[in-house]
Design a protein around this ligand. Structure first.
Ligand SMILES: Nc1ncnc2c1ncn2[C@@H]1O[C@H](COP(=O)(O)OP(=O)(O)O)[C@@H](O)[C@H]1O
Ligand SMILES: CC(C)(COP(=O)(O)O)[C@@H](O)C(=O)NCCC(=O)O
Ligand SMILES: [K+]
Length: 256
């Protein structure tokens, strides 16, 4: 059994893969100070709750927060007796090329998404991940990661308004009925929601023009469903894209 861990700047997601399906997916907030013992207390409680018999032999980690990897390594070693595979480390092989400027560190989540997208759909893709940041990963015809776009995340944009302006409250994103808001909350939601619809459309159109070919657009990440209902921005929404990529990379490293 494989334990796949996807650590983003906001949330860390654990999924158990039995080789055919994900038995369960557990989510906690990301904290670099959380100890291996604390991870296990939380993890084993939930796994018991779901009635899953634990037989974890392998662990793979993708982390956009380098500091959390230390405690996750200890967690894997102490409780499952294994050395985790960490995406982005030299010993972790990738089944796709990475074609970026020399010396550039690509976020491991973006590489994992690339692998997952190519495995499911082949090449010529734009992968839009609505996480803490909103990332656009461009996948070439041969599956290579060839760059992309990093935009401020949806919640980050709302939070920035609240932090910087005394009269703007902390609010949650929602799709406003109209573009013209008639109160502060509606005005803020409109700016971020419709601004984002425009951002996604413009960036995808420009990527397609720059590549000069048709490309499939796949969305994933916490807030993707909010935009999936709107205006045919995406060809598909895949909740488990990053997790799928982790299982593919794990299998590739076993086979090579
Ligand atoms: N189902 C959801 N509904 C509303 N907001 C969500 C949901 N899932 C995640 N979020 C929010 O979306 C943002 C991105 O979440 P997530 O995809 O987990 O980010 P990351 O991968 O960067 O940790 C966070 O601000 C989070 O609070
Ligand atoms: C862009 C990101 C912050 C997105 O992280 P997330 O929103 O998933 O937490 C992460 O992929 C990252 O730290 N990237 C490094 C720079 C790069 O990918 O070019
Ligand atoms: K992510």
């Amino acid at each position: 059994m494989l334990l796949a861990i996807d650590c983003g700047n906001t949330n860390t997601v654990f999924s158990i893969w039995d080789g055919e399906t994900f038995l369960c997916t557990l989510r906690t907030s990301t904290h670099h100070a959380r100890t291996a013992d604390a991870y296990f207390t939380w993890f084993s409680t939930l796994v018991n709750h779901y009635g899953i018999k634990l037989d974890i032999t392998d662990v793979i980690i993708s982390s956009t927060v380098p500091r959390v990897v230390f405690n996750l390594r200890v967690f894997a070693d102490r409780f499952f007796g294994c050395r985790p595979l960490v995406v982005g480390k030299p010993e972790c092989l990738l089944p796709v090329d990475v074609r970026v400027d020399a010396g550039t560190q690509v976020g491991p989540d973006r590489l994992v998404n690339t692998v997952a997208g190519f495995d499911r759909h082949g090449g010529d893709l734009i992968l839009v991940d609505f996480g803490t940041a909103t990332t656009f990963d461009v996948v070439a015809a041969d599956g290579a990661y060839i760059g992309g776009v990093i935009a401020p995340g949806v919640n980050l944009s709302l939070e920035a308004l609240h932090q910087a302006a005394a009269a703007l409250p902390h609010i949650d994103i929602a799709k406003p009925q109209n573009v013209i808001g008639t109160n502060t909350v509606e005005c803020m939601q409109s700016g971020v929601f419709w601004g984002y619809v425009g951002l996604v459309r413009e960036i995808c159109d420009r990527i397609k023009a720059e590549r000069d070919r048709p490309m499939k657009v796949i969305s994933t990440g916490g807030l993707a469903p909010l935009f999936q209902q709107s205006y045919a921005l995406f060809d598909a929404f895949e909740d488990d894209l990053t997790m799928h990529g982790l299982t593919v990379i794990h299998q590739y490293n076993k086979d090579n």
